[in-house]
Ligand binder design. Structure first.
Ligand SMILES: Cc1ncc(COP(=O)(O)O)c(C=O)c1O
Length: 389
């Protein structure tokens, strides 16, 4: 049996999205900027996808800018807003301490160019406290960036409350919704944000396609300069097949949102409760609620996460230690560290993330194999009993 419980790293393409990618690759080769029939065909494919993505997040199609994924959307949001606001003298950027590297490393890069940057801490359950943002923000702050859902522990942040604080100080509010779009309802108006990032491959669309929702009227400078694509907001000939796949994936996600969310939450809870019951010395990291329905992050006492990950892989089970980008290294998770967890708990945690094709049989299989693997790893590291004198 092969079990894929790493949906937060990436998801398999939905057959309908594959079909859209293949059809557009074969039949829609025109350049969407061309005025002739072939160009208009490509533009129609983009327009369809733009409407589907806008519908998923309750935005207007004119506010959607297609990008090459979540990383580019985050870069565009932060760099584009920072550059646009620089002449106004606002040279301070704020993000939460548990952001994805796409945000954290962009802030670090801007800090090297003279921007003042501050990370808002989170509490022990991985939630950003509004009063901490209130202490940090100033009238020089250009942008506040706080992710909607965390990729490692799944906690959902109080974005509307944080956005109100940002706006009270004249700052823009960005949210990285890469791990929430397609999993829970996302409504840009009720979140009260100015900028929102999403990525197709996290909700059964193709890799290398994403979008930045840019509230009408917000002034941004493009980070890719060139032609007049995407209404002068993102230069470069659009990747029509990938964007067509993104559109179909967005439509599917919107249609299934409620039903799938409830189904996956039931599976995740079954997995979580099953593991906690079957394996001693286990604890869930992060608030149990509010949380996206597909994610659980569990620490296993006296087990090195990498070893357990490999042992599970040998049994056919794919999971992850913290964020995918840092797997392969023994770096403790920056998210668990920011929550103030003890060092051993930041290094012995596994992330199980479920999705569209996850089943009860898979959940029960994982609960079945884990106790033996954990016991074996623990016995290898157990200190021998002292010999009787
Ligand atoms: C929260 C978050 N933001 C951004 C990204 C980057 O998205 P992409 O892989 O589309 O560049 C990821 C990917 O893991 C993510 O989880």
């Amino acid at each position: 049996m092969r079990v894929y419980f790493d949906y937060n790293a990436t998801t398999p393409l939905a057959p309908e999205a594959t079909e859209a990618v293949v059809r557009a690759t074969q039949d829609v080769f025109g350049n969407a900027s061309s005025v002739h029939h072939f160009g208009q065909q490509a533009k129609a494919a983009l327009d369809g996808a733009r409407s589907a993505v806008a519908a998923l997040i309750h935005g207007d199609p004119s506010e959607i800018v297609f990008t090459a994924g979540g990383t580019e959307s985050d870069n565009f949001a932060i760099r584009g807003a920072a550059e646009a606001l620089e002449p106004s003298g606002r040279k301070h950027l704020v993000a939460s301490a548990i952001e994805h590297e796409a945000v954290l490393n962009t802030l670090r890069a801007l800090a090297r160019r003279g921007w003042r940057t501050t990370l808002v801490p989170v509490d022990a359950s991985g939630i950003v406290a509004a009063d901490r943002l209130n202490e940090i923000i100033t009238d020089d702050t250009a942008l506040v960036s706080v992710m909607h859902a965390n990729n490692e522990i799944g906690t959902v942040q109080p974005i509307a409350e944080l956005a109100a604080i940002a706006h009270a100080h004249g700052a823009l509010m960005h949210t990285d919704a890469v791990q929430s779009a397609g999993k829970i309802p996302v409504d840009v108006r009720s979140l009260g944000v100015d900028l929102l990032s999403l990525s197709a491959h996290k909700f059964n669309g193709p890799k290398g396609a994403g979008a930045l929702w840019l509230k009408r009227g917000v002034r941004m400078l493009p980070i890719l300069t060139g032609g007049k694509h995407e209404r002068n907001r993102r230069a470069g000939t659009e990747n029509v097949p990938a964007i067509a796949g993104l559109g179909v994936a967005a439509q599917l996600a919107a249609e299934k949102l409620e039903r799938e969310g409830a189904r996956v939450a039931t599976l995740r809870d079954r997995l979580e409760e099953g593991i906690l019951r079957a394996v001693s010395g286990t604890v869930v990291n992060g608030a149990r609620t509010p949380r996206v329905p597909n994610t659980t992050n569990i620490s296993f006492d006296r087990v090195e996460a990498e070893s357990l990950l490999i042992a599970l892989d040998l049994e056919g089970v794919a999971v992850s230690t913290g964020s995918a980008c840092s797997s392969g290294t023994l770096e403790p998770s920056h998210v668990l560290k920011a929550m103030g967890l003890a060092a051993h708990r930041t290094q012995n945690s596994l992330r199980f993330s479920l999705g569209l094709y996850s089943t009860e049989e898979e959940v029960d299989f994982v609960i079945g194999v884990l106790p033996r693997l954990v016991e074996k790893l623990r016995s290898l590291t157990r200190k021998p009993e002292p010999r009787p004198a």
